[in-house]
Design a protein around this ligand. Structure first.
Ligand code: MG
Length: 372
C-alpha cells in the first residue's frame, strides 16, 4: 500500500456570465482533482478547492514529495501533517487515501464506513441568485422555474447582497409565483447583524415553506445566534466554513443552531467531516451538508449522509438533503450522477463506484495563467 505516484488535475472554466451571492460575483469556476496510485496499482481520487496557483505550488513543492513512499493506510496521520501546511489540500488527500483502502478491501466507501442507512439522498437546487443585469430578479425566477420543472422541489436562494427591501421583493415574487409549493431556504452568507436578520421575521411568520435561514451573521457570534434562534420562527442553519467538530462545539453547547452544514472540502479531511456529523447527531441536531464546489466532494457528502443515522424517528423525514449546485459549472458533471425528482441514488460499487470523466479533465485543464 506504498504510495508511488500523485498526479494533479487543475481545471478552470470562465463563466459565460458572472453570478454571485452576498460575497460578490464569481467569474470562474475551478476544480482541483488529485489521483494517488500505490505501488500495487490501486488508484484513489480526491478533490480540493483554493486558488489554483496556490494548490499547484503546494502540491508539487511540498505535498507530493512528502506523500511518495508513505503508506496509504496511514491516512489520519498523513492528513494531520498536511493540514498544518494546507488544510483544504489535506481534505483532498484524505478522500483519495480513503478510496484506496476501500478498493483494497473490495468495498464501497459506504460499506467501509459501516454501511448505508439510506439508498437515496434528497438534494436541493442551490442558486446564486444575483447577476450584474438590471433584470436579475426575473432571471432568477426563470432559472428556478427551469429546475422545478426538472423535478426539484427544494431550493436555496441568496439574500444579503442587495438591500433588504430589494431582496424581500425578489423572494416575495418567487413565493407568489410558486404559491409556497416549493420548500425554500434563504442564505445570507453571514452578511447581516441581528437587527437586519430580524427584519425578515414578519415574512417568516407568513410563510410555512421555509426550510431554514442560513448564516444570517458571522458564525463566531454564538450569543447572537442563540438570541436569533429563540426569536425567529424558522430553523437557523450554518457552518459551511468551519473546519472541525471542535469549531462547531460552541454553537452546539449554547443551543445556537438548528441545522449543521459542514462541507467535505473545508473540514479536517473526510474523517474530520464525519466527526462533525456524528457530533451533531450526539447533540440531536439536523445535518444538511454544504457542497457547492465540486462533484467528487459532493459525492463524499452523499456517502457520509447515506451512512448517517436518521435524525428523527418521524415518518417522512428519513434524512436531510445535500446541496446540489445547479449553476453554470461543468465540474459538477465530472462524475455521472444526476438527481431524479430531487433524489440521488448512492453508488454502491467498489471504491467511489463511479467513473471520473477523464475527457473533461483534458478539455478544461488550467494552462497556468493567473486569474482573479
Ligand atoms: Mg451558505
Amino acid at each position: 500500500m506504498q504510495i508511488e505516484k500523485v498526479e494533479t488535475f487543475p481545471l478552470l472554466y470562465k463563466l459565460s456570465k458572472p453570478y454571485g451571492d452576498a460575497n460578490g460575483f464569481k467569474k470562474y469556476r475551478t476544480c482541483f482533482l488529485l489521483r494517488i496510485t500505490t505501488k500495487s496499482g490501486i488508484e484513489g481520487w480526491g478533490e480540493c478547492i483554493d486558488w489554483l496557483p496556490t494548490l499547484d505550488k503546494g502540491f508539487h513543492d511540498r505535498i507530493i514529495p512528502f506523500l511518495i513512499g508513505k503508506q496509504a493506510t496511514d491516512r489520519t496521520k498523513l492528513v494531520k501533517i498536511i493540514k498544518k501546511w494546507h488544510q483544504r489540500a489535506a481534505a483532498g488527500v484524505s478522500m483519495a487515501l480513503t478510496e484506496i483502502v476501500a478498493k483494497k478491501a473490495r468495498l464501497s466507501i459506504c460499506d467501509l464506513w459501516g454501511g448505508k442507512w439510506h439508498d437515496t439522498i434528497p438534494v436541493y437546487a442551490s442558486f446564486q441568485s444575483y447577476s450584474d443585469e438590471v433584470n436579475w430578479q426575473e432571471n432568477s425566477l426563470r432559472l428556478i422555474e427551469k429546475f422545478i420543472s426538472e423535478g426539484f422541489s427544494q431550493v436555496k436562494l441568496k439574500i444579503g447582497g442587495k438591500t433588504i427591501q430589494e431582496d424581500q421583493q425578489h423572494i416575495n415574487t418567487v413565493q407568489a409565483y410558486f404559491q409556497g409549493k416549493i420548500s425554500m431556504a434563504l442564505d445570507a452568507n453571514q452578511s447581516y447583524d441581528v437587527a437586519a436578520a430580524r427584519q425578515w421575521q414578519p415574512l417568516f411568520a407568513e410563510w410555512d415553506n421555509l426550510a431554514w435561514f442560513e448564516e444570517p451573521m458571522p458564525m463566531s457570534r454564538t450569543e447572537e445566534y442563540k438570541f436569533l434562534r429563540q426569536t425567529l420562527s424558522v430553523p437557523i442553519a450554518g457552518g459551511e466554513n468551519l473546519s472541525s467538530a471542535e469549531q462547531f462545539l460552541p454553537m452546539f453547547m449554547e443551543n445556537a443552531i438548528d441545522i449543521v452544514q459542514p462541507d467535505t472540502m473545508h473540514q479536517d479531511g473526510i474523517d474530520g467531516y464525519r466527526e462533525s456529523l456524528q457530533l451533531a447527531r450526539q447533540f440531536g441536531l439536523r445535518v444538511s451538508p454544504h457542497a457547492f464546489d465540486g462533484g467528487l466532494t459532493r459525492l463524499y457528502a452523499l456517502f457520509a449522509q447515506a451512512c448517517l443515522v436518521p435524525w428523527s424517528k418521524m415518518e417522512g423525514e428519513p434524512i436531510e438533503p445535500v446541496e446540489w449546485d445547479v449553476m453554470e459549472n461543468p465540474f459538477t458533471n465530472i462524475i455521472s450522477i444526476r438527481p431524479s425528482n430531487g433524489q440521488v441514488k448512492v453508488p454502491s460499487g467498489v471504491g467511489l463506484g463511479v467513473d471520473i470523466d477523464l475527457d473533461m479533465m483534458e478539455a478544461f485543464r488550467w494552462n497556468g495563467m493567473t486569474y482573479i
